[in-house]
Design a protein around this ligand. Structure first.
Ligand code: PGA
Length: 258
């Protein structure tokens, strides 16, 4: 990370875990052990039905609540879907877009792009996910694949709006597998993402954008991952479900400003 130029963000992704009651319980426990320092931004992206409980519990705190998906359309006949302005009205600040688990359910790069534009239009901070499969890594096409995902996801995003975007690099082979990318592997791709942003926008925009690493990040490996110059935070699945672990990752982000 490089706190001189950009924000550090520790974001939890609960996926399909916890009920609203369990959310309330988690937030009470988290508040009791939350570090006082303000060295990073903190987000918790929770299942849609847990958003009201999470927002209520964290109202007086610095933890921003997020959703795990949104629909690209402003409203209409999309049974079961949730629009970006509904998330804003419910108190959300963030929304994860294009997570590999959603892409595996059929979400395309075009869908991801439309959702990013919809989120930005409503003032949400999109956490845009990209990442390669093991096959792609082994075939040495990681850089091309990531560049393509980022370019497609950011189509039509203005220079003004790119300032609000967070990118998360999540190698699919590292998600939920306990197999973390090494700090060097993660840094290499995050640096590459910054280069892609530089080419699409400018050096200034590239320097300012927050790029997260995700994939089996935990309280043990967080410090070394976050010590890398281009890794500005984490998108944390499993370890964000336990308040103590999540707090230890927040503490791992308390590193000297270079
Ligand atoms: P994990 O999930 O930390 O459980 O690997 C990360 C993610 O999918 O965002």
């Amino acid at each position: 990370m490089n706190r001189k130029y950009r924000k550090t963000l520790i974001a939890g992704n609960w996926k399909m875990n916890k009920t609203p009651s369990q959310t309330k319980e988690f937030m009470t426990q988290l508040k009791a052990i939350m570090p006082k320092g303000r060295w990073c931004d903190i987000a918790l992206c929770v299942p849609a039905v847990c958003i009201p409980a999470a927002v209520r519990a964290m109202r007086e705190t610095r933890v921003g609540i997020g959703a795990e998906n949104c629909n690209a359309n402003p409203s209409g006949a999309y049974t079961g879907e949730i629009a970006a302005d509904m998330l804003v009205d419910a108190g959300c600040k963030y929304v994860i877009i294009g997570h590999s688990e959603r892409r595996a359910m059929g979400e395309t790069d075009a869908d991801v792009n439309a959702k990013v534009l919809a989120a930005l239009n409503e003032g949400l901070i999109p956490i845009v996910c990209c990442g390669e499969t093991l096959e792609q890594r082994d075939a040495d096409v990681t850089a091309e694949h990531i560049a393509m995902q980022i370019k497609l996801a950011l189509q039509g995003v203005s220079e003004e709006k790119i300032r609000k975007v967070v990118i998360a690099y999540e190698p699919i082979w590292a998600i939920g597998t306990g197999r973390t990318a090494t700090p060097e592997q993660a840094e290499e791709v995050c640096e590459h993402i910054r280069t892609v942003v530089r080419k699409l926008y400018s050096s200034k925009h590239a320097r300012a954008i927050t790029i997260l690493y995700g994939g089996s990040m935990n309280e043990k490996n967080a410090y070394d991952l976050l010590a890398q110059p281009d890794i500005d935070g984490g998108l944390i699945g499993g370890a964000s479900l336990v308040p103590e672990k999540f707090v230890q990752i927040i503490e791992a982000a308390n590193q000297p400003v270079m």
